[in-house]
Design a protein around this ligand. Structure first.
Ligand code: COA
Length: 157
């Protein structure tokens, strides 16, 4: 039996697998959003730029044959905190959920950040994403800010 492991993302070998996860991630977390080829091109170019950037950590969950998950963590800088961790993307393939891989990916992100002197990690989570919320809460995350939204009349662009 092949051994599952979390390893650094390899470019370009892992590109297609990681892109294939984005439809579910974006279409379930952003109501009404429809993923387009342009979106995937832009995402791919962001990924490409992040590979090799010391502020970005890119990992995949690999079963020895197929990529089954993805993690993107970064060190960000804001006026409030110039050295802060941020989980940009975390994904486990449906066939491999509820086996602890999401938690292990999260731990990998936290380990990667702590090795770089980061003492705080933040992430955004969609209100209705019960699996992700439960994962984060079970790993010790708590809500520190709300992002609120409202539809408004777009009269021009
Ligand atoms: C969120 C996600 C990464 C969780 O991955 P996972 O590998 O299934 O998570 P784990 O098996 O490590 O679960 C750890 C804990 O999280 C909670 N949890 C995970 N999925 C859950 C679910 N569907 N319902 C309730 N609790 C859940 C449980 O407390 C679980 O511990 P337990 O299994 O011992 O009860 C996965 O569902 C996913 O990839 N979703 C689609 C992508 C996405 O929305 N990403 C998050 C963007 S913010």
């Amino acid at each position: 039996m092949m051994e599952m492991r979390i390893r650094a993302l390899q470019w370009p070998q892992d590109r297609e697998a990681v892109l294939s996860f984005q439809r579910e991630i974006y279409e379930t977390n952003f109501a009404g959003f429809v993923l387009t080829p342009e979106f995937l091109r832009e995402y791919s170019s962001l990924l490409r730029r992040a590979v090799g950037d010391r502020h970005e950590g890119l990992f995949v969950l690999d079963d020895g044959e197929t990529v089954r998950g993805f993690l993107w963590v970064a060190i960000t800088s804001t006026l409030v905190d110039p050295w802060c961790g941020y989980i940009k993307n975390i994904y486990v393939a449906p066939t491999h959920r509820r086996q602890g891989w999401g938690r292990r990916l999260l731990e990998r992100a936290e380990g990667w950040l702590s090795e770089r002197g980061v003492s705080c990690v933040e992430l955004d989570c969609t209100v209705g994403n019960e699996a992700a919320l439960a994962l984060y809460e079970s790993a010790g995350y708590s809500t520190c800010r709300y992002r609120m939204s409202k539809r408004c009349d777009a009269k021009g662009r």
